[in-house]
Design a protein around this ligand. Structure first.
Ligand code: ADP
Length: 522
């Protein structure tokens, strides 16, 4: 019992290193707002605040047939989307792995002609009626015999300097891609050129960032009266895009390369690139595990917010924190001699093969297992340690220590996520927009119901989210809301007005919607 008390105390101490108190949340929100404004004015700031040239969000009544493609990593996805105009849609999709030699090809033509061929195969298979003229045109037949043109949204998840709704220069490759001659070129033009060589009836109408796709997809399917304010991703990485007042995006008028855009809505969606919020650590927490993770990363000092929030990193933070206890000579974790005395294999063992010894050895999904295990003695958690992490016969006390530390890391991530959400909700002034009916209801003492679609929506601040972390980590939203309530400018009343919904298929339906909006402008 002495050991277990000492271990419990140690675990509490490590967990407490991940505390991010209400006061700290408030300070970080102020910094987020400062960086938002700075990023809207000039280049080279911590929040990049990239203008996307998308100037309207959908309301669910949009209709039509569109195409979307997504080049983001290992796969290339092609899909067509029928928007039914009643907040619903149908989606046909195909997916193909990108051959590695094309990721590092000598010329960008090799990659982009491969992409165009996938689009052709998709059309042949699913949209024969759109494809018929292609063959004739290719044979030198009647060029005027045109079938309907498909407008296509191109989700391209690499850093680009966007200068128009379908124009953006590749700044650099990431994620294992490396094709020199593409850098500095307009990726939409590269794709269009290959599409044209195949005489396909397809126009690259929009260049899409995945967060903007999430925002658009959510706005279409939720059909709120005011439209969705923010699309946010909490997956491998984290990022958000939101609806900003056009006159606040002042750097757009200073960009000599900036192309034309529609000014009629007075708004533009801005891609924050918030993964790099507060890289200089003015307000972000920075404990010994954060420091070590950053030091051993490929990009020290960069993406500091992301390194505390997203799926790629939370498992590693847990691994580093657990190792601290494993190596603690006073009460080493996972060395319980007589754990569970009724268990035959009573001695806990961390096998040499355990991934816990290796960088990135623990996956963030393990945090979800820990947070979701309500069984007596944390059976699931212990089973997972045994099966996936080669740590066998873990005692209940040790399991509890793991659970506590994992929970602290998950909770801190969600509270940090709330910083970004709060900053955007406050800085866009959405809290001030409260409808007359809602005010009357509040005066009459009627509690607005959270998440209920049938209640008056005009008072709601709608947020679309996507990514495994927010989707599968139990209580991620609850922890986020707890932190939102703690921000003085939001409080319990403001938090209640925030509606959060999962937006699936951002790179499909979202890209289609951007292609649609782009088509309207011309
Ligand atoms: P991506 O962001 O790459 O499009 P996902 O949204 O699926 O894809 O995010 C993948 C990330 O989510 C990985 O870092 C993974 O560790 C993490 N992850 C996967 N499953 C879970 C889970 N059940 N709970 C928490 N995190 C998860």
């Amino acid at each position: 019992p002495r050991r277990s008390m000492a271990l419990a105390e140690q675990a509490k101490r490590v967990a407490a290193e991940f505390d991010f108190c209400d006061d700290a949340v408030g300070k970080a929100v102020k910094e987020f707002i400062r960086e938002m404004d700075e990023g809207l004015e000039k280049e080279g700031t911590e929040l990049s605040q990239i203008p996307t040239y998308v100037t309207a969000v959908p309301n669910g009544t949009e209709k039509g047939l569109y195409m979307a493609v997504d080049l983001g990593g290992t796969n290339f996805r092609v899909c067509s989307i029928q928007l039914h105009g009643n907040t619903t849609f149908s989606l046909t999709q195909s997916k193909v792995a990108i051959p590695h030699e094309l990721m590092v090809a000598k010329t960008s033509k090799e990659l982009f002609s491969f992409l165009a061929k996938q689009i052709e195969a998709f059309l042949k298979l699913h949209h024969e009626d759109h494809y018929v003229g292609t063959v004739k045109r290719r044979a030198g037949g009647d060029e005027n015999q045109q079938e309907e043109i498909f407008n296509l949204g191109f989700t391209f998840s690499f850093p680009v300097h966007q200068i128009g709704i379908n124009k953006g220069m590749l700044m650099r490759w990431t994620k294992g891609f490396d094709i020199d001659d593409a850098v500095g070129k307009d990726v939409c033009a590269l794709l269009q050129q290959e599409i044209d060589e195949l005489h396909l009836p397809v126009k690259v109408a929009a260049l899409v960032n995945d967060t903007v796709g999430t925002l658009m997809a959510r706005s279409y399917t939720s059909a709120g009266k005011t439209g969705t304010l923010l699309g946010a991703i909490f997956g491998t990485g984290t990022n958000g895009a939101y609806v900003e007042k056009l006159d606040k995006v002042s750097k757009l008028t200073k960009d000599k390369d900036a192309g034309e855009y529609d000014k009629s809505t007075g708004e533009m969606i801005v891609n924050t690139e918030w993964g790099s919020f507060d890289n200089s650590l003015r307000t972000l927490p920075n404990n010994p595990y954060d420091i070590e993770l950053d030091k051993n990363s490929v990009n020290p000092g960069i993406q500091m917010f992301e390194k505390r929030v997203s799926g790629m990193f939370l498992g590693e933070l847990l691994r580093l924190a657990l190792l601290k206890l494993v190596k603690d000579p006073s009460v080493p974790l996972f060395t319980d001699e007589n754990s569970a005395s009724n268990d035959v294999h009573s001695t806990t063992q961390i096998h040499d093969s355990s991934p816990i010894w290796k960088q990135w050895g623990i996956d963030t999904s393990f945090l979800s297992v820990c947070a979701g295990d309500h069984s007596p003695g944390l059976r699931m958690l212990r089973q997972t340690l045994d099966r996936d992490y080669d740590i066998s016969a873990v005692s209940a006390e040790d399991a509890e220590a793991v659970r506590e530390i994992a929970a602290a890391i998950g909770r801190r991530a969600a509270r940090l996520a709330a910083v970004a959400i709060a900053g955007i909700v406050i800085n866009t002034g959405r809290l001030g927009k409260s409808s007359a009916t809602a005010t009357t209801a509040q005066k009459a003492g009627v509690e607005p119901q959270r998440g209920d679609v049938d209640t008056d929506q005009s008072d709601e601040i709608d947020i679309g989210v996507d990514g495994s972390l927010v989707e599968f980590y139990p209580k991620f939203e609850e922890y986020m809301r707890e932190a939102l309530r703690a921000v003085p400018e939001i409080g319990a009343e403001g938090e209640r007005r925030v509606r959060i919904g999962i937006a699936k298929d951002g790179s499909g339906v979202g890209a289609a919607l951007i292609a649609l909006v782009a088509g309207r402008v011309e």
